[in-house]
Design a protein around this ligand. Sequence first.
Ligand code: ADP
Length: 263
Amino acid sequence: ALDIGHDLGRVVLNARSFEREQRLVAELRAIDSYKGRLIATVSHELKNPLTAVLGHVEVLEDLVQDMPPELARSVGPSVATIGRGAHRMTRVVEDLLLLARVGDPDRPVVPTRVDVGSVVADVLALLAYALDEKGLDVVVEAPRRPVVAMAEAEEIERLVTNLVSNACKYTPAGGTITLCLAVEGHEVVLECTDTGLGISEADQAQLFQEFFRSTNPVALAEPGTGLGLNIVHRIAVRHGGRTEVESRLGEGSTFRVRLPAAC
Ligand code: ADP
């Protein structure tokens, strides 16, 4: 026989737990939005004084050039240290500003047709000095026809920059970085493969989280904020795409990003 009382009771209980979950989701959203606004405000406030510091460092660097050699030897290293610190802080602040921007649900993607091959070429030109200095070979594999995604060009440029600069940072001299572009069905697939340090399975599971840095001491020796891959992941996801990683410790890594292709 149908136990109406019992079934009604379950319905009421389910409705209550659904309500509780909805409340929890709303609270978590509010906390996340507060965190985003806090990061954006603090980063903004830090950016202006940092720009001023960098400007003054440039003035000091010029002055050091004109100083008598003995004075320049004692003042020069301090000016260089301040300059390096200010540049590093600027990178962190810029990463935080971008993180807040790509994590803001009120700022959706405004997609246009983006030639991903051109973006890759631009990024490689910008990073040519660092890649060359480290003695890394770069190979680009792409079809003859342009590979076009529906995306925000500036964000795709940042995504490619983060992947290539990581490959550069975490690949010992003499290694190779391969950038591979393809269209698979409705997706643009971008792969960045390196012959570098590789990433343990335990680290791979946390790689795309904010502020995650590997436990590998060789990787930790490189400067970083642990924000680069989180930004890559957020950009891919807000475009309706996704990120994947394949890696073996000591052999190298492949980062793959899938984005919506333009028709
Ligand atoms: P960052 O490089 O600033 O530490 P990321 O978010 O870009 O931050 O990367 C997180 C961590 O993932 C890095 O600290 C590094 O240990 C690891 N990692 C990223 N890219 C690579 C790569 N191509 N090869 C090996 N390890 C990598």
